[in-house]
Design a protein around this ligand. Sequence first.
Ligand code: TXA
Ligand code: MG
Length: 320
Amino acid sequence: MKTIIGKDIQVAEALLRKGELVAIPTETVYGLAGNALNEDAVLNIYKVKNRPQFNPLIIHVASLQKMKLYVEHIPAKGLRLAQDFLPGPLTFLLPKKNIIPDLVTAASNLVAVRIPNHALTISLLEKLDFPVAAPSANPFGYVSPTSAQHVFDSLHGSIPYILDGGDCKVGLESTIISFNENEQVVVHRVGGTTIEAIEEHIGEKVIMDVFSPDKPSTPGQLKSHYATHTPLQMGNVNELIREYEGKKIAVISFATVYAGTKSFMLSQKEDMNEAAKNLFKTLRQLDKQDFDIILAERFPEHGLGAAINDRLMRAQQENK
Ligand code: TXA
Ligand code: MG
């Protein structure tokens, strides 16, 4: 199959209506989209991504009104969050309506829904009378794509169209939240919406249910994820440089140059938004070069820094 990169939402619309897959831009990362109500299309998403079917998909809609067509109930706190943060990098896990196939949610009664903050994709979604299921448009386990070219690099030949909406502005996946029986906010993945912003909005602490080695409660919390082929290690870079003496070392830093290595600064002016935007692009770029090891700094553990650390931590693989 020939893969075309283009900017034509009518082409994208026609393909999606036929049950075909289209890569779509969002503010976070590119998604691999298919009609969420069409089980063949959904099956094809798992197949093209080589993703296990126990790992459920996020559905994408154009508006809060459309979101209500697919979920049973949005708690009052959720509605207020949605009004303030959507469209944006915040995904809501809510009780699903029957119309959403179990295949989308891996048989869970909760469905993940979000409204992406990207004008081109919103106009595409507005034309559709179904939601699109869209995981990040990368092969399972690899670094998420933040440009049309990234999608093309790994998925060309297996999808017909990549809708090119430019480089992703946020560059990290959405933050995923749910609500417990006391209507407290539970965070399942840290991402483009910061914990601090959510807590400030709701006026209370959130409950963190993110990755821990003993309990990957949602599959996105699996540890070896977002991984480069080149081994990556995060920690005290000066110590690690001594440990890897004699090797070809690349360093991912916020704004520091480390002597004796190739240092890739994510933001020379120490702007965390810029660093987040550059993370996946830099990982992909480094992975194409001939380094023995990628060393990464631990970023300041607040705001988007926490999400960057989460991705770097999971990009580390043992036994590589
Ligand atoms: O920013 C994003 O969220 C991007 C763009 C394309 O929208 N999408 C994305 O999708 O990151 P994906 O599939 O790569 O990650 C979705 C995560 C997975 O870890 C999945 O396990 C979790 O959301 N998830 C989806 N539906 C779920 C459900 N019903 N229950 C629990 N976790 C769910
Ligand atoms: Mg993903």
